[in-house]
Design a protein. Structure first.
Length: 67
């Protein structure tokens, strides 16, 4: 698990650069246990409840500014 998470944490920034989203303003991570610690580098660590709240808030803000 630890090695898979480390590889994912290394791969995601490269993928984001290719899609032009490397400078994203918001990114959240749910991780469980020390084996997944490398994933903490990918964004703000949150609980599932916090994730739902933060994504809802981000979508609302995006919709308000897209009009």
């Amino acid at each position: 698990m630890r090695e898979s998470c480390r590889k994912l944490a290394t791969f995601v920034p490269d993928l984001e650069r290719q899609y032009g989203i490397a400078d994203r303003e918001q990114s959240w991570v749910i991780r469980v246990g020390e084996e997944t610690s490398a994933l903490g580098e990918l964004g703000t660590e949150v609980s599932l409840t916090e994730l739902v709240r933060e994504v809802s808030k981000a979508v609302g803000q995006r919709l308000d500014t897209s009009v």
